[in-house]
Design a protein around this ligand. Structure first.
Ligand SMILES: [Zn+2]
Length: 185
């Protein structure tokens, strides 16, 4: 279906182009017909794309809650997650009790690597994967005293800053990276 509507759209567009090149009066009946057809097909194409094929891009939003390990939540419901899956299964528990699974990406990596960031108030700048409840995190902040805090890892000796801890030690001097949480200005 989307292929058909694409063909219709192209036809309507070429119809308008041909009329434009033909040097006819802008008020010609044929030209009105072409623009009308283009309008109808564009609107039809938009609806079909949403229904059948192209994914609508969801908006970046701020979601608040606590990041929890799904293995702990599932245990309470007598579901045993495989041990090797447990470290990669995180979700945001919102204030109204919803669980939104978090995909491990660059923006959420620190949450998967540092348990100190779990089970405490956070604010995620994220988008929801279309037609799902999966969160793609772009940035996150810890929340202390109702204030969002920027999170990073710091080596004082080398003045190196990283957004996630990896092995928890500085790649330059090997000293432990310090978790820093700084209030947003
Ligand atoms: Zn260092």
């Amino acid at each position: 279906m989307p292929g058909d509507s694409n063909w219709l759209f192209q036809s309507a567009l070429s119809c308008v182009r041909q009329r434009s090149r033909g040097g006819e009066s802008p008020l010609s009946r044929r030209r009105f017909f072409c623009y009308g057809l283009l309008g109808i097909v564009s609107s039809l194409y938009g609806r079909l794309s949403t229904t059948f094929g192209e994914q609508p891009q969801s908006k970046l939003q701020i979601v608040e809650g606590q990041v929890v390990r799904l293995t702990d939540v599932l245990k309470a419901q007598d579901v045993q997650l495989d041990t090797d899956a447990a470290p990669w299964a995180l979700a945001l528990r919102t204030a109204d009790g919803k669980l939104l699974p978090i995909l491990k990406t660059l923006g959420s990596r620190a949450l998967f690597q540092d348990a100190r960031l779990l089970n405490r108030p956070v604010q995620l700048q994220a988008h929801v994967l279309p037609r799902s409840s999966f969160l793609v995190v772009h940035r996150f902040y810890t929340v202390k005293n109702s204030l969002p805090h920027e999170v990073y890892y710091w080596c004082e000796t080398c003045a190196i800053r990283r957004d996630y801890p990896d092995k928890g030690v500085c790649e330059c001097c090997g000293a432990p990276m310090e978790l820093r949480e700084v209030p947003l200005k």
